[in-house]
Design a protein around this ligand. Structure first.
Ligand SMILES: [Zn+2]
Ligand SMILES: [Zn+2]
Length: 438
């Protein structure tokens, strides 16, 4: 029987995070979660379920200053969390490179955990992210506070210049315009302005939507073709096939073939990880990354496995993603059509009535006036609609990062629509109240 863990798809996101008290920067906490914004709320007491160690009111609010993403599941994240919390004990760290050494023993004879500082946590992160057991996962370090990033860079450049660039580091600092720089809050609430830090992380499979949709298409219409590696025909509906994640490439292959191909190219370029005892990584069983034989584009094994496990173990999730994509396409098309209509309307309203008439007849002028009034009314309606659409787009951004792509065309459409209306109103009617202009 498959266990509950292995029957689930690889999670969209799983992180190990570093929490810091905004009241006392020396108070730090390490935890793991698939949903950092929600976990942060728990630590800050906004919702139930925070850890006892972070319950003291005087230390709140807490902020997440950094996190590691890319864990293939909760067990992997817990292993990393434990190693980072207990660097004096973790067997993942070779004793000669151990930075945190227990100098004191507890009453029961066990070594006492040495106090953690931001410096020691970063140093241990630097070690752990490069040890063979963790380096094979597609881990990425996120840093949300400039001073922590500066400390990381200082440590990384001192520790090993050659090793530093094997760790993927991304930063996402608070935009300088978004809020006061009082050092408090920020990380706790999204606040005004664009989302940043933990609030900008994609929590769902949204970023994989196009990839998932492409693979569904390939298998639904039986376009598997031949294995991109061994060139034998893939049988529709049979076997474990993985597909290249690069846009536009439909290279599919046997799981085993992809794996062999990637492992071989890794072996060819010496070995996949940069460090220490070579014997430990001489024969990795799981590939890390490489290139697609068909398009030559980069492929990350974990991304392909995420798609494969999603397809095999969570068809309803795949369904949701594909449907969301269809909805987005429909909405975009509709908005574009409406924007076009509004633009036409605006153009008509802008041209002075009776321009083409040689002799202005009183009837014609009245007719034109009536028509202009009607057009203005319609323009006002469309402007209001555009405002509503813009608002919806904003709500979408706040609630779902999966629809990030959808809101751009929606916003653009709404904006062009609004602009069209506004200019039409301005050109035609200088006496129109300002409210109409967005
Ligand atoms: Zn094959
Ligand atoms: Zn490819």
């Amino acid at each position: 029987m498959a266990s509950t863990v292995s029957s689930r798809p690889i999670p969209a996101l799983y992180t190990v995070y570093i929490l810091r008290s905004t009241m006392r920067h020396a108070s730090l906490y390490i935890g793991s979660t698939p949903d950092p914004p929600r976990r942060l709320k728990q630590h800050n007491g906004a919702i139930k379920g925070g850890a006892a160690r972070t319950a003291r009111e005087s230390l709140r609010p807490w902020e997440i200053v950094s996190l590691v993403s890319g864990f293939p599941g909760p067990v992997a994240a817990l292993k990393f969390e434990w190693a980072l919390t207990n660097p004096h004990l973790s067997l993942h760290i070779p004793s000669e490179s151990r930075l945190s050494v227990a100098h004191q023993k507890k009453r029961n004879g066990h070594p006492r955990r040495p106090p953690a500082s931001m410096q020691s946590i970063l140093a241990n992160l630097h070690l752990l992210l490069r040890v063979p057991s963790f380096a094979r996962w597609p881990l990425r370090l996120h840093i949300f506070v400039p001073e922590v990033y500066a400390a990381w860079n200082k440590w990384a450049s001192e520790a090993a210049a050659s090793a530093a660039n094997t760790i993927e580091v991304v930063t996402d600092f608070r935009p300088s315009t978004s809020a006061s720089m009082d050092g408090v809050s920020g990380a706790d609430a999204p606040g005004p302005g664009p989302a940043w830090g933990v609030h900008a992380l994609p929590l769902d499979y949204g970023p994989m939507r196009d990839y998932v949709d492409k693979v569904q298409d390939i298998f639904t219409f039986e376009r598997e073709g031949d294995c991109t590696v061994c060139r034998t025909a893939l049988l529709p509906g049979k076997g474990l096939y993985a597909v290249c994640p690069n846009t536009g490439c439909e290279a599919a292959g046997h799981l085993r073939c992809w794996s062999d191909h990637l492992l071989e190219s890794e072996a060819a370029s010496k070995h996949g990880c940069d460090h220490t005892p070579e014997s430990l990584c001489d024969a990795p069983l799981v590939p890390r990354r490489g290139h697609c034989p068909t398009c030559g584009g980069p492929v990350v094994w974990a991304d392909m496995m995420k798609e494969l496990t999603l397809r095999l173990r969570a068809p309803s999730e795949v369904d949701k993603l594909v449907k969301a994509k269809r909805r987005q396409e429909k909405a975009t098309a509709k908005l574009a059509a409406e924007a076009q209509k509004a633009a036409d309307l605006a153009a008509r309203a802008a041209s002075p009535p009776g321009l083409d008439a040689d002799v202005p007849s009183p009837t014609k002028t009245t007719k034109s006036a009536v028509k202009a009034t009607r057009t203005r009314k319609r323009a006002t309606e469309v402007t209001a609609k555009a405002a509503k659409i813009t608002k919806t787009a904003r709500v979408t951004k706040a609630t779902s990062s999966a629809l990030t792509k959808a809101e751009k065309p929606a916003k653009t459409a709404a904006r062009s629509m609004a602009a069209g209306q506004a200019s039409a109103v301005l050109l035609d009617q200088p006496d129109v109240p300002e409210i109409i202009i967005l």
